[in-house]
Structures are given as C-alpha cells and as structure tokens.
Design a protein around this ligand. Structure first.
Ligand SMILES: Cc1cc2nc3c(=O)[nH]c(=O)nc-3n(C[C@H](O)[C@H](O)[C@H](O)COP(=O)(O)OP(=O)(O)OC[C@H]3O[C@@H](n4cnc5c(N)ncnc54)[C@H](O)[C@@H]3O)c2cc1C
Length: 446
C-alpha cells in the first residue's frame, strides 16, 4: 500500500479502495485536468475535508474553486473508514481539554463536536443517500476502573454541556446493548449513527460539483510553489495558478508535498475486517442492539458494528508500514482481536479486509489553520476520529478565508500543527508502543 512517509508521490488513477463500501458501486470518473487554469482557491485532496470545503466555498461565498484528487473522491480515508458518525475528534478527554484550555473553551469544543454531527445530518437530510443506520454509539469500558471514569465523564457531558449521554452498568449493557463476555459498563450516545462513508463521499462530491466547484480526478499534485502572491500548482497534464491553496490531504499527503505540513503529520494505519453475514444463531448469541456502534477503552482500541445485512465490521490497529498493510500477520492480528472480543463466533468466515491511514497530530488534536503570509490553509490531524469533524472542518476552512471574524474562538484555528521533534523516529516509537500494549494484554495489565 502507498506509504505517505516513504513515498514522495501518491499513486494516481487507482480504483476505489477494496472495501465493502465501494463493492458493487459505480466507479466515479471525475476527469483529469488536461490544461492550464487560473482560479481563486485550489484544493488538494478529495476526501470529506476537501469536498466539504469546495461545497461551502462555492455555496456560501460564490468562489471560483477547483479540487484536485490523485484518484477519485473518497479514495483516501473518507471512503474506507468504519462509518461511525460521532461527535468528537482528536484523542484528548474532556478532563484533559479542561486542564489545557479551561471551562469556556472546552464548552466551545464540545459544541463544535455536536455541530459536526448536525452538519453531516444536514447533508443527509438534503438528499445524500448513504445507508444511515441509526442506533447510537456505545463506549464500552474494558475494566471496572474505566467504567467509573466513563460514568464521571457522562455526568460532566450531561450537567455541563447539556448532552444526553447515558451511563450504563455492566448488567444494563448485557441486557439491552450487547451480550459481550469481556466488558464492564459503558456510556451510550444516542445521537450517533452509522453510514456507508463511500456513498457519503460521493454524495458530497456530487453536491460540490452541482454547486459549481470543479472537481478533477486522476490529478495528483506533484509540486507547488508560491511566488509573487500566487500559488503555482503542478499536475501531470495541466498546471494551476491560484490565489489561495487549501491542503486537504490529511494522512494521505506525501510528507514532502508542502512545507507547511512537512513532519507535522503522523500517518498510522487502521484496518477493518468484515465477516460474511452472521447466521441467526450467531446474531442471537451476540444480541447486539440494532445499528449499535461500539468502541472499547483500550489504548489500542477495537471498534465494531453489525451492518444491516448482518455482517460484523470489526476494526483496530493495522501494520506499521504501508508495505505490510495486506500481510497475513496484519490480518491475523485483527482476527485475533475479533475472536478475543467475540469468542462465541468461533471460526467465523471473513469477507473483506482493508486498511487506511489516519493522521495522529503531535499534541492529540487537529488544526484548521490559515497562514495569511503564504495564503495557505489546511485541516488535518483528526487522530482517527474525523468522519463528522472533517465535514465540519471543510465548512470552517471556507469561513476562515472569507468570514474569519465569525469563527468560534477555539484552539483549532489559532496555531499550526506542531512539528514532530524527532520525526524519523515516529515509527520506532509506534513499534515500541504496539509491543508494550501487546505485552500488557498478554500479562493482563491492559
Ligand atoms: C480504517 C479506518 C476507519 C476509520 N473509521 C472512522 C469512523 O468510523 N469514524 C470516524 O469519525 N473516523 C474514522 N476514520 C477516520 C476518517 O476516515 C478520517 O478522519 C476522514 O475521512 C479524513 O478525511 P480527509 O478528507 O481529511 O482525508 P482523506 O479522506 O484521506 O482525503 C485526502 C485525499 O487527499 C488525496 N491526496 C493526497 N495527496 C494528494 C496529492 N498530492 N494530489 C492529489 N490528491 C492527493 C488522497 O488521495 C485522499 O483522497 C477511520 C479511518 C480509517 C483509515
């Protein structure tokens, strides 16, 4: 698999990722750029961030926009994720945010997280068909101590931020949500829902194109320059001159693509297994509430949901380097996690296995940043929780360019992504972390 830390260019003109989501779907074919053009805003990257930015720039500000995607929209993370539409992004708990930024800012971030789910809902209400599965989200503790922490969080969510989070005991989880063998209590977010993310990405691309954004597929950006207040953007068969540049490449941008993101991203692989449709007997054993999406509290988390046709989608960490994405070992590691979580499924048959890159930011929260001096913006670093947030971020990127004074005063908008101090060591550190977490699991310290 393409590896953004090692490869200097992204592969182009690839088919949709081999996920369940794109199976049996028509392949989109946005045309390649084949001439030189002049525009106001150039967007690199056709995932949720870039597509939402393109849509909002045209719809709300009437801007002349073109988006350049190396493959077809949704080819990156956006078309191959788990489809959990959740409030929240990054890896900081509310308590950590509180400590870092105080009460008012934490409340603002919380409101932004809730707004991101509303933004996705608004697109769906306006006609994007993406197989919505209502059912809510259960965060499931894997120790008693974690149950207590989750319940404490739920109290803060409800009392301070007026969000309806339901604390659940182990008995309630087992009786009403999932008959899991290894878990404790948890908290339930009723407003979260599942989607087919590939269909959502294509619905967004269509909305942006119908609004008037020009979308180019099979158009990898090879290089950019900024000179005399203009961006020059080079692609294989046509070059672009633009006043503003938005980098919406997130984990998929080659590390050296643009100076403003160099060594500020950490692409980490997440993988997904999907089983064949479970039998009635298997489903009866698991007793998962309809449409429920689940994630545990381990530092290397597992996440899962039962799809409408009875398949179990199960995700977790993937390989470290792109070349090992599809290795037998990588698939087996995830299968072991599935079997540990659901021993009652025995030798369940696997249908699909695929992987994608998420972007871990140095300080565990993303940035939606505009640098006036170089007329360059980006949004990145969602740490694996970016479906809803990236669509909100696209809206904010547009607003940041044309109505910056109306942005909420939140830390995302104020500073650039931090640089990794010893960038070449990123993968060595990750390797050690995986080894340590694996050891903790084996000796029961997890
Ligand atoms: C397996 C997996 C499961 C996940 N599950 C969930 C989930 O259930 N819920 C959730 O909230 N989040 C989830 N995520 C994270 C979520 O998918 C991402 O945060 C989100 O899709 C990021 O969108 P994006 O537009 O920023 O990036 P992307 O969708 O990755 O888009 C970036 C695009 O830029 C393009 N690109 C890069 N370089 C160039 C170039 N030089 N020229 C042209 N184009 C270029 C790429 O081809 C790519 O399409 C998951 C991620 C993975 C990998």
């Amino acid at each position: 698999m393409y590896d953004p830390l090692l490869d200097n260019t992204i592969p182009a003109d690839q088919r949709a990722p081999t996920s369940l989501w794109a199976e049996d779907q028509a392949q989109p074919s946005y045309p390649q750029l084949t001439q030189d053009i002049n525009i106001d805003v150039a967007i690199i990257g056709g995932g949720f961030t870039g597509l939402s930015a393109a849509f909002h720039l045209v719809e709300q500000y009437g801007v002349n926009v073109a988006l350049f995607e190396a493959n077809q929209p949704g080819w990156g993370c956006s078309g191959r994720n788990g489809g959990f539409v959740l409030p929240g992004t990054g890896r900081l708990s509310v308590a950590q945010m509180h400590k870092r930024w105080g009460e008012e800012t934490t409340a603002g971030i919380y409101a932004e997280n809730l707004a991101s789910v509303d933004t996705v809902k608004a697109f769906i209400d306006a006609g994007i068909v993406c197989d919505v599965q209502a059912g809510g989200y259960l965060k499931l503790a894997h120790t008693q101590r974690k149950t207590e922490q989750l319940h404490q969080q739920a109290r803060v969510f409800s009392d301070t931020y007026n969000d309806k989070i339901i604390p659940l005991s182990q008995a309630q989880v087992a009786a009403e949500y999932i008959a899991s063998t290894e878990q404790y209590g948890g908290i339930y977010h009723p407003n979260a829902f599942g989607v087919n993310p590939w269909k959502l990405a294509h619905g967004l691309a269509k909305r942006a194109a119908v609004s008037g954004a020009r979308i180019f597929g099979n158009t990898p950006v090879l290089n950019t320059e900024f000179s005399n207040g203009k961006h020059l953007i080079y692609t294989p068969n046509g070059n672009v001159e633009a006043n503003q540049l938005i980098l919406a490449t997130n984990a998929y941008g080659p590390n050296k693509l643009h100076a403003s993101l160099y060594n500020r991203n950490f692409p980490v692989m997440s993988s997904i297994l999907v089983t064949q449709p479970l039998t009635k007997e298997q489903l009866d054993k698991l007793q998962v509430r309809d449409g429920l999406m689940v994630m545990d509290t381990r530092s290397l988390k597992y996440y899962y949901r039962i799809l409408a046709d009875g398949r179990l989608l199960f995700g977790g960490r993937g390989a470290i380097a792109g070349r090992n994405a599809d290795s037998v070992k990588s698939k087996q590691n995830l299968l072991n996690g599935l079997k540990m979580t659901f021993p009652e499924l025995g030798n369940v048959k696997i249908g699909q296995f695929w992987s994608g890159w998420v972007n871990i930011s140095m300080d565990d929260y993303p940035r939606i940043y505009h640098d006036k001096a170089t007329a360059t913006s980006y949004s990145a670093g969602y740490c694996g929780a970016g479906l809803a947030f990236s669509i909100q971020a696209g809206k904010r990127l547009a607003q940041q360019l044309y109505e910056p004074e109306t942005l909420p005063k939140l830390p995302y908008f104020q500073t650039p992504l931090k640089k990794y101090p010893v960038a070449p060591m990123r993968r060595t550190v990750l390797h050690t972390l995986y080894w340590w977490e694996g050891l903790k699991r084996v000796v029961g310290l997890d």
